[in-house]
Design a protein around this ligand. Structure first.
Ligand code: PMP
Length: 295
């Protein structure tokens, strides 16, 4: 599903066939989850293939690496160039791109200078699908920001996400919504959360969540649409008074939520400001983001 016999990946300075690349059994990332990664998308635009906000993603990869004491030798610009080459070699335009920085052999609880950079790409539909979602309040909370760097995209953090998504699916929902350690709404397992009330958008402030690049894009778009956004701590119960809600993330893009627990959002999705944000996001990524003429 992710690669064929012909798929090429970038691995430590070389483009190699995915099926021929291998990973050591003793690497630290596999045992302890100390590795960092990104999830990026490229789009087939009228200007050719464009990676959406490549710099922001690679800068965040650097931040994540730094937080985990991992020495990432490539600059954001180099990584962006490599990614364009990778897409070209694979003949891909609309792609999901997965850079992963992983560590070599080390069974101690200290990082190593044996740092590997792999970049993979595959064609991937929207992560949460195209249909409005049924979301449940998770029994899991997001990790304690005093236990790890929640704004870093660290491999090991995603065990929390897997638990939450699995629980939601087992209970017949499409996805989970997690609270922070204080019981305030935080985010989804792989996406940020917004709700809409009387035309205004509300979302959790930074501190207990990943600083989503799509979240930042939603802020930009809302400003352009004259839609107010407020970052504020709120309890899950407040969502029962909302008119509409959505998740946003690179893989999921902007996807509407039909239902939270048993509560059905009353506003027709197409009549919400959230829907306007979704439409504008679609256009922004499908056309080059700097071509404001299209927006
Ligand atoms: N929160 C979490 C936990 C995530 O994994 C992601 C996906 N990277 C997001 C939010 C959304 O981030 P972005 O918009 O940068 O993809």
């Amino acid at each position: 599903m992710y690669y064929t016999d012909e798929t090429v990946v970038f691995l430590n300075g070389e483009f190699v066939k995915a099926k021929e690349a291998n990973v050591g059994l003793y690497n630290q990332t596999m045992h302890y989850g100390n590795g960092v990664f990104e999830g990026i998308r490229s789009y087939d635009t009228p200007d050719g293939t464009r990676i959406f906000k490549a710099k922001e993603h690679y800068d965040r990869l650097h931040y994540s690496a730094q937080m985990m004491h991992i020495d990432l030798k490539y600059s954001s610009e180099e990584l962006e160039n490599i990614t364009y080459q990778l897409l070209e070699k694979n003949g891909m335009k609309d792609a999901y791109i997965r850079p992963l920085v992983y560590l070599g052999e080390n069974m101690s609880l200290t990082p190593t200078n044996d740092v590997y950079v792999v970049i993979m790409a595959w064609e991937w539909g929207k992560y949460l699908g195209d249909n409005m979602l049924k979301v449940m309040l998770s029994s899991y909370q997001r990790p304690n920001p005093k236990a790890c760097h929640v704004q870093a995209k660290v491999v090991g953090h995603y065990t929390n996400s897997i638990l939450a998504t699995t629980e939601a699916k087992q209970k017949g929902f499409n996805e989970a919504l997690l609270t922070d350690i204080n019981g305030f709404v935080a985010e989804g397992p792989g996406a940020n959360f917004f709700y809409e009330k009387d035309g205004k958008l509300f979302t959790a402030p930074l501190g207990n969540i990943l600083s989503g690049i799509t979240r930042a894009t939603v802020f930009e778009i809302a400003r352009e649409l004259d839609v107010e956004v407020e970052e504020r701590f709120f309890k899950p119960e407040e969502i029962y008074t909302a008119d509409a809600a959505f998740f946003c993330g690179t893989a999921a893009e902007v996807i509407g939520i039909a239902q939270f627990n048993e509560y059905k959002f009353p506003l027709n999705w197409e009549d919400s400001n959230s829907y306007m944000v979704q439409r504008k996001y679609k256009r922004r990524v499908a056309f080059n983001e700097y071509k404001n003429v299209y927006l």
